[in-house]
Design a protein. Structure first.
Length: 290
C-alpha cells in the first residue's frame, strides 16, 4: 500500500527539517499541519462523522513527530528497528490517517473512504488494516500501558528505538494511565515519551469541571517523570520538547493546545468534540485554512 511518490515528498520535508534553518523548519511543518487539517475537514464532512475538535488540537504534534522526529521509513513500515508511535486517543483517527497518508504509508486517495463501508480507515485505528498503525486504540487508557510494553520490549531486544504515545487530557482521568506512569518510572524507560494533548476540553465539559487534573506537571514529576511543558502549536518548541530524555527518566510532554485549532468557530468549543460541520461551515473553514 506504500505510495512511493508520497514517500519521496515526505523525505524532502524531512531533509528540510533536519538541515534547514529554524524558519525553514517551522514553515514546512506548518504547511504539513495546514494540509492535514484541510484533509481532516474533508474526511469528516464526507463521512458525516468524526471528532474534529481533537483532530485539530493534535495535528501540530503529529506533523512534528512524523515529519521531523520519528525514526521511521514509510516504505518499510515493519522495519524491525524503528521508532513507535501510538495514538491513545484513537477517536481522533482522521488526523492520524491524514498524517500517515501524507507520509506515504498509503495512497492519500484512500482518505476519501474514511468510515465508509468496508474501508480500512475505521473510526478508530486498526493495526491489521492500516500500515503505520502500531496498535489498535480507542478505549481510553490503553495506549500508554501498551507504550510501556513497547519501550520495555525495545530494551529487551537491545534496540535503540524510541516510543511516543499521545493521550488526551481527559483520558488522563483513567486509572490505568497512572499505573503505567508508575511502571515506566520504575523501569526508568528513558526511551518512552508521553505527549498529553492538553486542550482542557473533553466530551461534554472542561476537564477541570469533570475531574480536575491540575497541577498536572507536578503530579507527573511526583510519579518520576521528566516533565516538559510547551505550546502544542509551536512546531519549533515541539521539536525541542521531543528531544531524547536528559537522564534515565521517561519524558512527559504537556502540549498546551486549543481544541479545534485553526478554525475560529470551532476553537475551544466543547460541542465540537464530535459535531459535524455543515457544507457552509466547511466552506468557511477551508477559507480560514487557505
Amino acid at each position: 500500500m506504500t505510495d512511493s511518490q508520497q514517500v519521496s515528498a515526505w523525505r524532502v520535508v524531512r531533509d528540510v527539517v533536519e538541515t534547514g534553518s529554524p524558519a525553514e523548519r517551522a514553515a514546512v511543518l506548518a504547511e504539513q499541519s495546514r494540509l492535514i487539517r484541510r484533509s481532516v475537514l474533508a474526511m469528516i464532512g464526507r463521512a458525516q462523522a468524526g471528532h474534529i475538535g481533537g483532530d485539530f488540537s493534535v495535528t501540530d504534534v503529529l506533523a512534528t513527530l512524523y515529519f521531523g522526529v520519528l525514526r521511521i521509513d514509510p516504505a518499510r513500515p515493519d522495519a524491525p528497528v524503528r521508532d513507535r508511535f501510538i495514538l491513545s486517543k484513537g477517536h481522533c483517527a482522521a488526523s492520524l490517517y491524514s498524517t500517515l497518508a501524507f507520509s506515504g504509508y498509503f495512497d492519500p486517495a484512500a482518505l476519501d473512504t474514511f468510515m465508509g463501508p468496508h474501508s480500512p480507515l475505521n473510526g478508530h485505528p486498526n493495526r491489521v488494516k492500516v500500515p503505520g498503525v502500531e496498535t489498535n486504540t480507542g478505549p481510553l487508557g490503553h495506549g500508554l500501558p501498551v507504550a510501556v510494553g513497547e519501550a520495555l520490549g525495545a530494551r529487551l531486544l537491545g534496540h535503540d528505538s524510541r516510543v511516543f504515545v499521545v493521550c488526551g487530557d481527559g483520558e488522563m482521568q483513567e486509572g490505568s494511565n497512572w499505573e503505567a506512569l508508575m511502571s515506566a518510572a520504575h523501569y526508568r524507560l528513558a526511551n518512552l515519551t508521553l505527549v498529553i494533548d492538553r486542550n482542557r476540553l473533553q466530551q461534554g465539559d472542561r476537564t477541570e469541571e469533570t475531574n480536575a487534573l491540575d497541577p498536572l506537571a507536578d503530579k507527573l514529576a511526583a510519579f518520576g517523570w521528566e516533565v516538559r511543558e510547551v505550546d502544542g502549536h509551536d512546531h519549533t518548541a515541539l521539536l525541542a520538547a521531543f528531544a531524547p530524555a536528559a537522564g534515565t527518566r521517561p519524558v512527559a510532554v504537556i502540549a498546551n493546545t486549543i481544541k479545534g485549532r485553526g478554525v475560529s468557530f470551532i476553537e475551544d468549543r466543547v460541542e465540537w468534540h464530535h459535531k459535524v460541520p455543515s457544507p457552509d461551515q466547511i466552506a468557511l473553514a477551508l477559507k480560514e485554512l487557505a
